[in-house]
Write a protein that binds this ligand. Structure first.
Ligand code: SF4
Length: 290
């Protein structure tokens, strides 16, 4: 398989074949994100993707595939359909294709376009939300407003594709901690995703947010502060049926809960960790990672 640079995927795609169809991120401006800073964005040639698929066919039965890098949805519709058709042809046993997406690229597609992608195998989209606070969204250069995220979520869900929203604990620093948690809860309620994955902010050298941290302009919450944000988000969000996790390696307190069914149980658990300042139940610093 041909992989250019660092390749990442969501925890739930651990057993998926990773097929790199773009290199980097078409946006690449979020102030906290260093993942693709070294990569110049491009869409990979179809010939290279086909070569990878030919190789993957020899691996045996493959059921899940994840499209890398940052945002395969930016690929123009005809080319993306061509790639999905090719995947289907080479890997007929495939049950699910997943992809990261940003709001801007989702909004370049109509519901009909997205439905067509679902018919061709795209079953789950991981959308980077990060925060529901309008001021913070601008500050971190997310490139999307709350309203645009709600619209992107609507199109994805209407097309019958599962939506997984990613949010970042601590992205507002101490200063915006409570507003970040509360506004993210209200945005998530409006988006009503099938999954929410909460990450905990890890500062990455050579990003604007890291520079702000070094200069003292950005102050991170402490461990309990991060967990309090998690508590507030869950307590104040209302979902139809959502699997909420914080099992990413960056988190101090890994949790998994189906909401609303397990809301009370999970809030009791998180609440007890906060109340007891129970550092022993938190992931130690040396085991955290991106
Ligand atoms: S967070 Fe997502 S959209 Fe923002 S720069 Fe990183 S990969 Fe691109």
């Amino acid at each position: 398989m041909d992989y250019e640079g660092l390749i990442i995927r969501p925890p739930s795609e651990a057993y998926s074949l990773l097929l790199q169809v773009t290199v980097g991120c078409s946006h690449n401006r979020c102030t906290f994100c260093g993942t693709y800073r070294q990569k110049k964005f491009k869409i990979k040639p179809v010939e290279q993707i086909e070569k990878d698929l030919r190789e993957a066919r020899s691996y045996g039965r493959i059921e899940k595939l994840f499209l890398c890098d940052g945002d395969a949805m930016i690929i123009p519709q005809p080319r993306l359909e061509e790639i999905l058709l090719m995947i289907k042809r080479y890997l007929p046993t495939l049950e699910r294709i997943g992809s990261y997406a940003n709001t801007k690229s989702v909004l370049r597609k109509s519901v009909e376009d997205i439905k067509r992608l679902r018919e061709l195998g795209l079953k789950i989209i991981y959308l980077g939300v990060e925060t529901g606070n309008a001021e913070l969204l601008k500050k971190i250069h997310k490139g999307a407003t709350r309203e645009q995220m709600i619209e992107a979520a609507r199109r994805i869900r209407e097309a019958g594709i599962q939506l997984s929203a990613t949010v970042i604990l601590g992205i507002g620093g101490i200063e915006k901690s409570i507003e970040h948690a509360m506004d993210t809860a209200s945005l998530l309620s409006e988006m009503d995703p099938d999954y929410v994955g909460a990450l905990t902010l890890m500062l990455v050298p050579q990003t604007e947010l890291f520079d702000d941290y070094i200069a003292g302009r950005f102050v991170l919450p402490d461990k309990i502060g991060f967990i309090r944000e998690l508590y507030l988000m869950i307590a104040n969000a209302n979902f139809t049926d959502c699997y909420f996790t914080s099992n990413h390696a960056s988190n101090y307190l890994p949790i998994k809960a189906r909401l609303p069914g397990q809301k009370e149980k999970i809030l009791n658990l998180i609440g007890s960790v906060i109340e007891d300042n129970d550092v022993g139940r938190m992931r130690p610093e040396y085991l955290r990672g991106l």
